[in-house]
Design a protein around this ligand. Structure first.
Ligand code: IPE
Ligand code: IPE
Ligand code: MG
Length: 253
C-alpha cells in the first residue's frame, strides 16, 4: 500500500485532490453498475447508458493509475449478463469491440498493463482476437495492471480452479494434502495478484453479484449512491478517503 503524497513531485500539475497521508489501496475492484438506470432516468435506451459508462471507465482507469493504484479490476460483463435482451447484449459486444480497437491503445501513455479475467471462449472469434492483441500490446508495460472482468463469474472461476486441481491430483502432480489456500488462489484468473483492498460499487446496490468471492475475504466495501455514468474522479477520491479511515483487523484485535 502506498501513502499518498510521498512522491509529491510526480503528481504535480495533474489536478489530484487527495490529501497527503491518505492510504492508496494497492488493488481496487469496481463493479461498474447503474448504466441502465442512468439511461432510463433520461428516457434513453439502456445502450446509451453503457456508452456513457464506457467513457467513465476510461477516465477512472487512468485516474487510478495516476494516484498510484497498482491493480485495478473492473467488472464489465458477468456470466449472468448473457440473460439480458439480445439487443442489449449486442450493444455491449459492439462497445467492447470499439473499445478494444481504440481506447485501450490510449492506456499506452499511462503504461497500463491490460489483462482479461473471465471465460474468453464465450465471445466471438473477433473479440477474442482483439482481447489477445490488447494483452500482447501491453505485456511489457510497467505500470498499473488493469484486469477487465468480461464473462466473469466468481463461482465459475472457483469451479474451474477446482477442476484444474482435480486434474492435477488425478495425474499425480499434486497430492490432496498439499492443497492449501495458495494452491486455490494460484488457479484463479487473478493468480499472482494481491487480493483487492477496496471494492467500490456505485449505484447503491448492497451486493457482490458474483464478483471476486474468494479474493474479497477481507476486502473493504464502499457502496456509493452515484450511478456509474455519473461517477467522477472526486468520487474515487471519496472512496479512497473512506477506505483510508477503515480499521482493517483481519480477524485480529
Ligand atoms: C452495469 O450497468 C453494466 C453491466 C452490467 C454490463 P447495468 O446495465 O447493470 O445498469 P442497471 O443496474 O440496470 O442500472
Ligand atoms: C454486476 O451488475 C455486473 C457488472 C457490473 C458487470 P449487475 O447489474 O449484473 O448485477 P445485479 O443483477 O444488480 O446483481
Ligand atoms: Mg446493474
Amino acid at each position: 500500500m502506498a501513502i499518498f503524497g510521498k512522491k509529491k513531485e510526480s503528481f504535480k500539475g495533474r489536478g489530484l485532490a487527495l490529501e497527503e497521508g491518505v492510504i492508496i489501496p494497492t488493488h481496487i475492484g469496481i463493479i461498474m453498475d447503474g448504466n441502465g438506470r442512468w439511461a432510463k432516468k433520461r428516457g434513453l435506451p439502456r445502450k446509451v447508458g453503457h456508452r456513457e459508462g464506457a467513457k467513465v471507465f476510461r477516465t477512472i482507469t487512468r485516474y487510478c493509475s495516476e494516484v498510484g493504484v497498482k491493480y485495478l479490476t473492473v467488472y464489465a460483463f458477468s456470466t449472468e449478463n448473457w440473460k439480458r435482451p439480445e439487443d442489449e447484449v449486442g450493444a455491449l459486444m459492439g462497445l467492447f469491440k470499439s473499445y478494444l480497437k481504440e481506447a485501450l491503445e490510449d492506456f499506452k501513455d499511462d503504461d497500463i498493463v491490460v489483462r482479461f479475467i473471465g471465460e474468453k471462449s464465450g465471445f466471438s472469434q473477433e473479440l477474442q482476437e482483439l482481447m489477445d492483441e490488447n494483452v500482447e500490446i501491453a505485456k511489457d508495460r510497467k505500470g498499473m495492471v488493469l484486469n477487465i472482468a468480461m464473462n466473469y463469474g466468481s463461482r465459475d472461476e472457483i469451479v474451474r480452479a477446482v477442476r484444474k486441481i482435480g486434474d492435477e491430483v488425478k495425474s499425480g502432480a499434486l497430492s490432496p494434502e498439499d492443497i492449501d489456500e495458495k494452491v486455490v488462489s494460484d488457479r484463479l484468473y487473478t493468480a499472482g495478484q494481491p487480493d483487492p483492498d477496496l471494492i467500490i460499487r456505485p449505484s447503491g446496490e448492497y451486493r457482490i453479484s458474483n464478483f471476486m468471492l474468494w479474493q474479497a475475504a477481507y476486502t473493504e466495501f464502499v457502496i456509493m449512491d452515484k450511478l456509474w455514468p455519473d461517477f467522477k474522479k472526486s468520487d474515487l477520491d471519496e472512496a479512497i478517503r473512506i477506505y483510508s479511515q477503515r480499521n482493517r483487523r483481519y480477524g485480529g484485535v
